[in-house]
Design a protein around this ligand. Sequence first.
Ligand code: GYE
Length: 307
Amino acid sequence: GISDRDTDVDPLPSSPIVLGFSQLGSESDWRVANTESIKGAAQEAGVELKFENAESSQQKQFEAVRSFIQQKVDVIAIAPVIQSGWEPILKEAKAAGIPVIISDRSIDVQDSSLYVTFIGADFYEEGRKAGKYFLDKTRDMAGPIGIAELKGTEGSSPSIERGKGFRDTIEGHSDFVFLESDFADFTFEKGKETMRRFLKERGKEIKVLFAHNDDMALGAIEAIEEYGLKPGKDIVIISVDGTRKALEMLALGKINLVVECNPLLGPNLIQAATEIIQGRTLPKRIVPAESVFTEQMAEREVHNRKY
Ligand code: GYE
């Protein structure tokens, strides 16, 4: 209660920091965990969070940022759905004197003074980790090795970078053939639908699936089973994120590798917002440490998973 608070060592500041956060959507379990992490960290730090979900629309993100500017928030954070098109709205924030943090997905802007810092994973490196595993896993397989790729959202930085990192790592082998590659928006349903089509078109020629996130991989697993093949055996599956459901499939051998992408960016984001208000200088880039989950690790890791 209120009287308990009087005994706290650090009294709450008289006016809490107000942070406007434009979340891009709720397309995946990763995203849900990311949102919860940010809400939780804000509450814990006594930061007042104004949260807007853009349901995968950049236009709605612009509207959210404009409303944050009107409300005169102290700091704006954006998890951008796609990479391009951000200059005009960031200039509006700059003109209003409100610092901006880019969270999760990177943006493509000429003038890097338009934001203070970018807190998010190295997606290119994630793609490379997927590619390295692919090289390892297919070393003794007879060619040609047909590859199917479920890409995320068109124009989004994780999809662009994961695809590039993967290709750059496996290129130069005439035995590897990209049979199918299409966008499935990082969702379970689109992953399932798109994999169904891939199988209809190419069937057993597909030996490896690279899914840009777990939700699409989980959808694809259902499509593969429907088709009468064994995911993880007939088709090697490589995915990205590390959600609990995906680690369960990894433990069952239905996924072969999950490259970690950490959604728990809340504490970093709230700390960055606080330090900006304190007048501290932040690094331009903050990258969370990340690893990979193999089938051998899955059993143990799955119990630690909260998302
Ligand atoms: O991998 C995917 C989500 O931007 C890193 O977005 C994030 C990606 C994540 O929908 O599951």
